[in-house]
Design a protein around this ligand. Structure first.
Ligand code: SR1
Ligand code: MG
Length: 386
């Protein structure tokens, strides 16, 4: 293949056909660009009888443009992390079928009968099994790459392959810093300008954010997904696939459960603002099922008699709550929002934004959460709102 031997170039609707051809049954006949995602270009290439996905890292952040340069190392990270997490959680991670180092491009099966869990939630569709699958995934990969289960020598070797990457710096900035400063990257509706300003002058919140940022940078506990929101999970009844592992790094175990719970809480807050009471109950069940399965699976994988287990899970829950709070706040006032709320019209949108920030604050500033119900009640509290 000519392209494979060339130096890096951005694939486009034409050149991606040549790159994709060896992975299709028959010649490529159609290409679409999938416009989801903030960082990379993603194409669907079809032949008469098959289709695949090509994902290419760009040398800049797609949502911000060339003014925010990035290296393309994230493609290598994603390729390694998908292999490692796929080994630990078989059947729950979409495998990379081919990786081109020169093009920073990956080929995946086209799961066109799946949707993102976020889209399913927005549409009000309950997906039985998804929450439990993601709970199992988290337990397998987080415990499986931590000192709890992985022998030291193997862990050292794995650790060497995953550096604190520039995407970790993006997270540091977008999750823990920008929402609490007058950063140019922040985006919020004019109606909540006052709310956004109030975050910058809240010393307790800023101090908590600084502490959580420090912990994010220094708690080298497990190979975390690093961006486990509901858009990083593809679902279909009977199948759940975790995708988009480019943010993977050795970080706090609570980071992935925290982000996942925050994104479920954002879904809940959005549905509550639309008075979709029945679906709120469905999101409540999904969140509880995620956490319960995660905890049970940790127990099973480690050993039910491990004397430290209850305290270990307790501290993950308390940390996950605070991290979830950071995620909820940044998805309202920071650069990257969630469709769950941004697709709402007023007045539901404003109510959801206020409640998401209130839930986030309560998680971050309240006393440490000691059980799941407390975390979820705080995250999804509804403030009196006019
Ligand atoms: C600019 S990148 C914005 C966000 O998209 C990714 O999915 C991460 O959540 C990141 O923070
Ligand atoms: Mg992503």
């Amino acid at each position: 293949m000519v392209l494979a031997t060339l130096p890096y170039r951005e694939l486009d609707l034409e050149t991606v056909r040549e790159f994709a051809a060896p992975f299709l049954v028959g010649d490529p006949v159609a290409v679409d660009e999938i416009d989801e995602g903030n960082l990379n270009r993603v194409f669907r290439v079809r032949s008469e009888s098959s289709s695949i996905i090509v994902k290419q890292a760009l040398p800049y952040l797609k949502v911000a443009g060339r003014s925010w340069p990035l290296t393309r190392h994230r493609a290598r990270t994603e390729n390694y992390a998908a292999a490692e997490h796929g080994r630990l959680a078989p059947g729950l991670v979409t495998p990379v079928l081919h990786y081109s180092e020169p093009l920073s491009a990956m080929v995946f099966a086209d799961l066109n009968d799946h949707v993102t869990w976020r889209d399913a939630l927005i549409a009000g569709h309950e997906v039985p099994g998804a929450a439990a699958d993601v709970g199992r995934y988290c337990a397998a990969v987080l415990l499986g790459t931590s000192d709890a289960l992985l022998p030291s020598a193997q862990r050292k070797e794995l650790r060497r392959r995953f550096q604190y990457s520039e995407l970790c710096v993006v997270t540091e900035d977008l999750v823990f810093t920008a929402p609490y400063t007058d950063s140019e990257s922040n985006r919020f509706d004019p109606e909540i300008a006052e709310l956004a300003r109030s975050l910058r002058s809240d010393r307790a919140l800023r101090s908590a954010a600084a502490q959580l940022r420090f912990e994010f940078k220094t708690r080298d506990e497990a190979l975390v997904h690093g961006d486990l929101h509901t858009g990083s999970v593809l679902v279909r009844e009977g199948d759940t696939q975790v995708i988009d592992l480019e943010f993977a790094f050795f970080g706090p175990i609570a980071f992935d459960p925290g982000l996942l719970l925050a994104n479920l809480a954002l879904s809940r807050v959005a549905h509550a603002a639309c008075r979709h009471i029945d679906f709120c109950a469905s999101v409540d069940r999904a969140a509880a099922e995620f956490w319960t399965t995660f905890a049970e699976e940790c127990r099973r994988l480690w050993r039910p008699t491990e004397p430290w287990l209850a305290r270990f899970l307790g501290s993950i829950l308390a940390d996950a709550a605070r991290l979830a709070g950071m995620e909820m706040i940044r998805r309202v006032v920071g650069l990257a929002h969630v469709k769950d709320i941004d697709s709402l019209s007023q007045p539901a949108r404003l109510e959801a934004q206020h409640n998401a920030v209130a839930g986030g604050r309560a998680l971050v500033l309240g006393p440490p959460c000691t059980d799941f119900d407390e975390l979820w009640t705080r995250a999804t509290q509804e403030e009196m709102f006019e």
